[in-house]
Structure formats: C-alpha cells, structure tokens
Ligand binder design. Sequence first.
Ligand SMILES: Nc1nc2c(c(=O)[nH]1)N[C@H]1C(S)=C(S)[C@@H](COP(=O)(O)O)O[C@H]1N2
Ligand SMILES: [Mo]
Length: 209
Amino acid sequence: MSSRDGGMTFLSRGFVGRRDARRDAGRLPPGQYDVGDGFPVLSAGPTPRTAPEDWDFTVTGEVDGPVRLTWQEFQELPREDVTVDIHCVTKWSKFGTTWSGVALDTLLGLVDTSAEHLLAYCDGGYTTNLALEDVADGRAWVVDRFDGRPLEPEHGGPARLLVPELYFWKSAKWVRGLYLSGTEEPGFWETLGYHLRGDPWLEQRYAGD
Ligand SMILES: Nc1nc2c(c(=O)[nH]1)N[C@H]1C(S)=C(S)[C@@H](COP(=O)(O)O)O[C@H]1N2
Ligand SMILES: [Mo]
C-alpha cells in the first residue's frame, strides 16, 4: 500500500485489506455513500423465477434479422469478467463488484441495425431505456454470475444487465431481451420521472437534472 503522505505509511500498514478512505473518496459520485459489504435488493415487484430451459434472449425491433438465443447458446458466447463500482439512485454505491457475462457489443453484433436506442425488457415487465452509445465499447454486459457464483434470483438471476456507468436502475434484472429503436422510448422508472439517461457523475437522478 502506498501513501502520498510518507508520514502515514506506518498507519496504512496496519490496515491492509481494509478500505483506504482517501482513495475511495474519488470513486463516490456526488450525493452517494459507500454501502460497504452490503448488497441491498431493490425490486419493483416479486422476484420472477425462470428456469434455464424456459429462458431465452432476443434482440429485436428495428434490426435486420432478429436474434433469439437459448440459455445454452448464450453460454457459448465469448465471456468477460468485470470488476466495477455500482451506484444506486437511492444513494448507495458499492465498490469493486465482480461479475461475469457477455458484453452487449457481442449481443448487438449479432444483428444489423442503425438504431440509436434500446429498451431492455425483463421477466416481470420491467423495462429501461438506454442509448446505444452508452452501452457500446465495453460499457455494458448481460451478466449471469456475481462474486464467482451464479447470480441469485433476488439480484436478477438467471441474468441481468450491468451498466455500471449509469445509475443501477439501468441494470435491468431478469433481462430477456433488447428492443432496438430509432426513437428513445422511456422505460419503467424513466416514465415515472427518473432521468432518461441517469449518469451518476452528472447526478442525473430525475427528469430535468
Ligand atoms: N427487472 C427489474 N430490474 C431492476 C429493478 C426492478 O425493480 N426490476 N430495480 C432496479 C433498481 S432501482 C436497482 S437499484 C437495481 C437493484 O439491483 P439489486 O436488487 O441487485 O441491488 O436493479 C434495477 N433493476
Ligand atoms: Mo435503484
């Protein structure tokens, strides 16, 4: 562990493995707090439970050749491990969460489209809108593993979106597909007054922020 203040080094040594508050301060977007080891569950309804044999993932809408993947086909796609900080609009942030899944670049690469927006849809009816430029180039994934284990149903298993650069409501749980469109169609929370984009660093919590 290094220290900008040489005089603090002997103190830091005793705290190896604990959080360095000074380092983490720069990781917290405005108005957020560090929830630590906790992982709150925030669901607008009951937890759906879809068996892998009943699960599929579709990429539809304004595309040439819509795609439907079975669970098995999804498992065979190239996979990535990611470690990211997540930020909920209710103000908790969680540092260094580890996930495994398929990049949205890979899934969107399966179709031909000139659409600029998508609506993610889920078991249970939840939706959220995203601009394609906010999920391109390694900024979003469909993940099915958290912390080295299959994703718990409460946290969106069998699979959820992970869009860590935006507020966590954009990381749709129980995701089943992406609907691509030339126009921006607000999703569940966005229709109820939350920001269409939701960048935590710009504190885009509500419409008009
Ligand atoms: N399908 C679905 N996805 C959802 C939600 C939901 O209610 N339904 N809640 C969102 C909100 S507001 C947040 S903060 C995160 C919470 O994820 P977690 O329960 O794993 O912490 O999921 C997001 N994705
Ligand atoms: Mo949230």
